[in-house]
Write a protein that binds this ligand. Structure first.
Ligand code: NDP
Ligand code: 8X3
Length: 257
């Protein structure tokens, strides 16, 4: 499917996998609707995409946890940015590696509110327009954490299991329509802010996560996302799990040093 001049909406595009998806879709000529909380980062990315790919980019600040703001943002898009063809539900995070009985309430809320409720708010704001136009594709960014659990990661894993359930349920709810629904579920991805956010800005601890191993890059994940989106309209990729060769389960990671 040719996405040239089609609108791709990516949440959490200010860094990591979201930014890489923006770049990968810009490369194939899509128009990019990008949001995150950090507008300055989006501005830098938009500038880069315009300069490098001559891309048409529209950015806006959005906290996906704010249901009213999400609906308002979608309802008030400029007319030429309303026909969203692909929604990449990427915004997400993890906090800490605490036993589930010791998780801070604020961490539980942040993960559930962002990864589950935020994804639902954006989906319910965007999908009705897809149905009205009779075309569209929702691509959720899940995780290997949606297939396994690991110590200290219970809440994050629960949110990613929920993303899997939402993906499958949305496909059932859209049965018989042309709207496609996919989930792209990576294992360990380096060069993102994921571990920095998980460990509250502790860069040394974040770097240790990737020590001695070769993780996926955000571009590897973006390539899988673009591949899903560019299949012919009768092909729905339900799920892709991609892991680094050095990773064989959520917790089994080969380290050479
Ligand atoms: P990053 O921290 O680099 O990116 C996360 C993005 O989400 C940022 O752009 C951030 O932007 C945005 N975001 C966070 N909270 C909100 C919010 N409330 N509203 C809007 N945007 C928000 O990490 P990754 O690129 O790694 O993460 C992207 C997705 O990939 C997440 O869903 C994550 O769970 C998933 N994932 C990551 C893996 C990894 O190993 N890195 C592996 C598997 C899945 P801002 O702070 O500006 O709002
Ligand atoms: C992010 C990677 O290791 O927490 O989803 O599953 S991990």
């Amino acid at each position: 499917m040719d996405l040239r001049d089609r609108i791709v909406f990516i949440t959490g595009a200010s860094s990591g996998i979201g930014a890489a998806c923006a770049e990968a879709f810009a490369r194939i000529g899509a128009r990019l609707l990008l949001c995150a909380r950090r507008l300055d980062r989006l501005e830098q990315l938009a500038e880069h995409l315009r300069r490098t790919y001559n891309a048409d980019v529209h950015i806006f600040a959005l906290d996906v946890r704010d249901a009213a703001a999400v609906q308002q943002a979608i309802d008030n898009l400029p007319e030429n940015w309303q026909a969203i063809e692909v929604l990449v539900n990427n915004a997400g995070l993890s906090r800490a590696l605490d036993p589930v009985y010791a998780n801070k309430i604020e961490d539980i809320d942040l993960m559930v509110d962002t990864n589950v409720k935020g994804l639902l708010y954006v989906t319910r704001a965007v999908v009705p327009g897809m149905l009205a136009r009779g075309r569209g594709h929702v691509i959720n960014i899940g995780s290997i954490a949606g297939h396994e659990v690991y110590p200290g990661g219970t809440v994050y894993c629960a949110t990613k299991h929920a993303v899997g359930a939402i993906t499958r349920g949305l496909k059932l709810d859209l049965h018989g329509t042309p709207i496609r629904v996919s989930t792209v579920d990576p294992g360990m991805v380096g060069e993102t802010e994921f571990s920095l956010v998980r460990f509250d800005g502790d860069a040394e601890r974040a770097a240790r996560v990737y020590e001695g191993t070769r993780p996926l890059t955000p571009a590897d994940v973006a390539e899988a996302v673009v591949w899903c989106a560019t299949r012919p309209p009768h092909v729905n990729i339900a799920e892709i799990i991609l892991m680094p060769t050095d990773q064989s389960s959520a917790t089994l990671i080969a380290r050479r040093t």
